[in-house]
Design a protein around this ligand. Sequence first.
Ligand code: ZN
Length: 155
Amino acid sequence: MTPVPQKAGPRGLDLGALQQAIARTFGARDRARGMDGTFRRLVEEVGEVAKSLRHRDRRALALELSDVLAWTVSVAVLGGVDLARVARRYGAGCPRCGASPCRCPQDWAPVAARGDRRAPAFFGHARAGAVEVGRPARTARRRRAAASRARATRR
Ligand SMILES: [Zn+2]
């Protein structure tokens, strides 16, 4: 881990600073829960990501991915893994072929080749930007998605 605590910049924390923050904030609880229970929480959060994708809910996806990241860091802290260090494997290209973009042979068909001329945007619009987490849902589409989720959880 980085010895000097780092502040969050305008674009967010780096991995070392995040690992320090998670260790400081949840380390005692994670140790008390143990590796098995902490890993189970990570897997549960991955399930929440699946749910947000099923509902095509971009805001929920952002939240759930932040939870997956936080639980991944908790597992790393318990396992004594320095994430900032191991993430360097991916920092300079593909760890297998060394190229960026990756030039490894692929065994899957690109989305755009499955009969569509272009790959459709997953969330129905091409605007790729940061999703603000914590802001209220504004659009009617998001309200409909929230109502749909509420119906789904009532079962
Ligand atoms: Zn590759």
